[in-house]
Design a protein around this ligand. Sequence first.
Ligand SMILES: *[C@@H]1O[C@H](CO)[C@@H](O)[C@H](O)[C@H]1NC(C)=O
Ligand SMILES: *[C@@H]1O[C@H](CO)[C@@H](O)[C@H](O)[C@H]1NC(C)=O
Ligand SMILES: *[C@@H]1O[C@H](CO)[C@@H](O)[C@H](O)[C@H]1NC(C)=O
Ligand SMILES: *[C@@H]1O[C@H](CO)[C@@H](O)[C@H](O)[C@H]1NC(C)=O
Ligand SMILES: *[C@@H]1O[C@H](CO)[C@@H](O)[C@H](O)[C@H]1NC(C)=O
Ligand SMILES: *[C@@H]1O[C@H](CO)[C@@H](O)[C@H](O)[C@H]1NC(C)=O
Ligand SMILES: *[C@@H]1O[C@H](CO)[C@@H](O)[C@H](O)[C@H]1NC(C)=O
Length: 602
Amino acid sequence: MNSRWIALVLIGIIISLSGHDALTYPERFDRLPTWGGHSQIGGGALLDPAHRENRENRVDLCRHCFCIHLKAICDYKLNKTLSNEFNDKLLVPLNIKYIEVRLTAGTQFVMYENFFQDNQVNYFGVIGVGKDDQVEITSNAFSHNKGGFPNIEIRNVLRVFLREKFLTGADYKLLVEDVAQLSVFSNALQMTNLDCSLKRIKELNLMKNAFNPGVAKYGINLRIEDSNINQLGIFGVSMGKVSLLRCHIDMIMSNAFDVTSIKELIIEGCNIEVIESQALTNKLHSDKVAIVDTVIGTIEGQAISQSGITTMIMFGNTITKIRSNAIQIVAVSLFIRNNSMSHVEPNWLSVSQADQVEIANNRFQNYGRCELNIGSSNCSFRNNILQNPQSGSLNFTCRVHQVRVGTECSCNKSWLSELTDHDLESEILCQLAERDGNCFNATNTDVRRYVNEACASNVTRYCMGGQWVTKAASDQASDSGKLTIGMIALAIVILTLLLVTIVCLLAKNWGSGSGTAGGCQSADKCLIEEDIRDQLRQRAQELSGGSATRKGILKLINGRLSKKECNDRVFLILDNMPQKSQAIESLLLRHISQSHMEAMQV
Ligand SMILES: *[C@@H]1O[C@H](CO)[C@@H](O)[C@H](O)[C@H]1NC(C)=O
Ligand SMILES: *[C@@H]1O[C@H](CO)[C@@H](O)[C@H](O)[C@H]1NC(C)=O
Ligand SMILES: *[C@@H]1O[C@H](CO)[C@@H](O)[C@H](O)[C@H]1NC(C)=O
Ligand SMILES: *[C@@H]1O[C@H](CO)[C@@H](O)[C@H](O)[C@H]1NC(C)=O
Ligand SMILES: *[C@@H]1O[C@H](CO)[C@@H](O)[C@H](O)[C@H]1NC(C)=O
Ligand SMILES: *[C@@H]1O[C@H](CO)[C@@H](O)[C@H](O)[C@H]1NC(C)=O
Ligand SMILES: *[C@@H]1O[C@H](CO)[C@@H](O)[C@H](O)[C@H]1NC(C)=O
């Protein structure tokens, strides 16, 4: 029994001495080391003399802090003797795995290299009060700690400075949250693997190349949430997944993602003022870049330029301006859905050799043309609203389906041929004027249907009570279809003369007692409702004196016309109005539908 125990101890000593070289280098073990766990109590005895001496000159951390089991709790409010500086004057007992530092208002905490000495601390947390407190962690602060994959947390502190080479070595988990000002210096993060979360940082200052492990490996995952970033220009290396969630970013600078591979870049729910030229360039290689539910001010020209992005996603963003040549990508799947964009300059997007492109459910205010000459089987441009499309903006081979434009439907389709050379009549929806809405029971309809229904046989038709009516139809209905225009005119003149004569005679016979209109009452008389008459008069008087429309209307409302004459005159006015006035048109059509409908059902 005894001899076996002695033998084991001897073997242990031999093993530890032969492992001496390895111990002097920062070597990390698993979170719960199997043999390290047994040796920790007597660990001090196993160290080489230099280390032991070094340790002996130090003051045990537990003399100042509250230590229990594997934990040390250092509270500046309660432990008044504790120095603000964690350095080689303090000794962290080898059994301690967990250190929590609690700051008090005004604490300026600094941590230096050599605070740790062959420790295996898995958790190091600094919790502040957010009032005049500060944390600074300097170069190699953790390099003599060998706890596997240590967890470093800094919370609720006013200012935090993470100096150059703050993290070196292998694997870490870092969380900084609820901090007013966080500065991460250039080359601060030089470890191989890092899982980094930065949350609720009011002013986050990530200096250029803050992440710089110097190895081409997707070992760094970065997640920034609910923070304000002035300039994002940090990524000189390869990263794993980078997520920016609900952040406000003033500027994503030129070359922010240069010389970089990022496995996945997600920007979600953010507000970005400017994405500068060359922000994401051809040096960026990424499996997936997604910009989602983000408000963006301007995307500058060449912001996303020839990037090696496999899948690019833009969903639900609100973008004020996209400049010419802003997005130029090769060989990708590109999905642009549910975005709202105000000003999209010509050639804002250019995609070549894409496997799949889908641009759907977007709303564009001013839409500039772009190159989308991808085979129609791999490219779809559908359900988009282009309020004000520039000419030529649908002139591409990409398949177009159900695209709404702000142009008002009319029988003159010349605007459509300006948009595209392709036959898209049945895919492009124009905006129905209010007066035509009833006949379609919609606010939009495709150009082909409109032309078929509203512009049949080259005659403009009018929508009344949900039905289309034309002058030609009314002519036919009243059996005058065969008459020439000359004959109609002649008939009108004769009829008018006759009527005038009769009216005058009647008026004379009945005298003034029976009122003005009383004698003219007849089934064949044109009766214009008082309200329509007044409004028409008012509208006519707004027109210029010499205008034919004005004269026509005044004649119509002042003359005593037969139903037929009245009907013809109305359509004459409608067809010859030089600039269509919706108000006049609808008044005239209201009159027609009230008084003339039975004569001209189509
Ligand atoms: C440190 O603070 C703890 C309370 O967290 C207290 O129990 C302990 O006695 C203090 N130690 C010293 C040395 O002040
Ligand atoms: C687009 O927006 C609609 C409603 O606003 C929503 O139902 C749909 O899921 C969104 N689609 C995507 C891809 O975000
Ligand atoms: C269309 O996509 C398929 C696979 O998705 C791909 O094989 C083909 O090359 C693409 N066509 C073009 C013209 O890019
Ligand atoms: C459409 O594109 C073709 C070839 O690129 C060009 O010749 C034509 O003028 C364009 N038409 C319009 C309406 O932009
Ligand atoms: C159609 O509209 C265009 C401009 O919008 C105009 O130049 C052209 O003369 C119109 N054509 C007809 C037949 O009215
Ligand atoms: C008009 O459309 C609505 C819904 O789209 C429908 O409920 C209504 O019945 C339609 N009216 C007519 C007259 O077709
Ligand atoms: C419509 O007018 C065009 C010229 O303006 C003419 O070529 C065409 O034949 C007309 N169509 C019908 C149905 O009258």
